[in-house]
Design a protein around this ligand. Structure first.
Ligand SMILES: CC(C)(COP(=O)(O)OP(=O)(O)OC[C@H]1O[C@@H](n2cnc3c(N)ncnc32)[C@H](O)[C@@H]1OP(=O)(O)O)[C@@H](O)C(=O)NCCC(=O)NCCS
Length: 149
């Protein structure tokens, strides 16, 4: 999906081995959206100390415009917020209007345009979603409680 939907025309960098490494990394979340046995979409996000980076996100063409990307993004934003991240960052191809609209609809703002970012051939747009003020005190985490009745 990354080769065909995200990296198409740029050369294939996110091959099985690289993706498997990311899945095995405890600082990374890999999310798969399923339609029965079909993989409808996927997303991969890495977590740093106070920021998260959305590395890959795609939905198969037959499943577009059903809210799947937005549902994955909302889940990832909530995970990042729970993990204490102050912001979520993403880069996308500057010509990718669908992804730009998706991220804007989820509250991301464009921060930068980097010309030649992709193999010196295509510009990238960087976007950022703030989750909290960077210096805000974090709530103390409490384990979930269960009703044992
Ligand atoms: C961008 C992409 C992930 C959107 O997935 P999706 O599941 O179809 O998106 P959703 O149905 O969740 O759409 C949520 C919102 O995003 C925006 N959006 C999504 N696709 C759009 C399009 N083609 N044109 C304009 N806006 C679009 C809309 O605001 C939409 O809300 P709406 O349907 O209520 O208008 C999908 O087109 C895709 O996989 N593209 C190829 C890979 C890619 O570009 N990945 C992102 C860069 S890493």
């Amino acid at each position: 999906m990354s080769r065909d939907l995200i990296e198409s025309g740029l050369g294939w960098e996110y091959r099985d081995e690289r993706v498997a490494k990311m899945i095995a990394d405890p600082e990374t979340v890999a999310l798969v959206a399923r339609d029965v046995s079909l993989i409808a979409g996927f997303a991969i996000m890495t977590f740093g100390d106070d920021r998260a980076h959305l590395v890959l996100l795609a939905v198969g063409q037959s499943h577009h415009r059903q809210g799947i990307a937005r549902a994955m993004l909302d889940w990832l934003l909530e995970s990042a917020r729970t993990a204490g991240a102050a912001s979520v960052h993403v880069e996308l191809r500057a010509a990718n209007a669908a992804a730009f609209a998706l991220y804007r609809s989820a509250g991301f703002e464009q921060t930068l345009r980097v010309s030649g970012y992709y193999r010196g051939r295509e510009s990238a747009v960087r976007m950022l979603r703030l989750l909290r003020a960077p210096d805000a005190a974090l709530p103390v985490w409490q384990p979930p409680t269960f009703d044992r009745r």
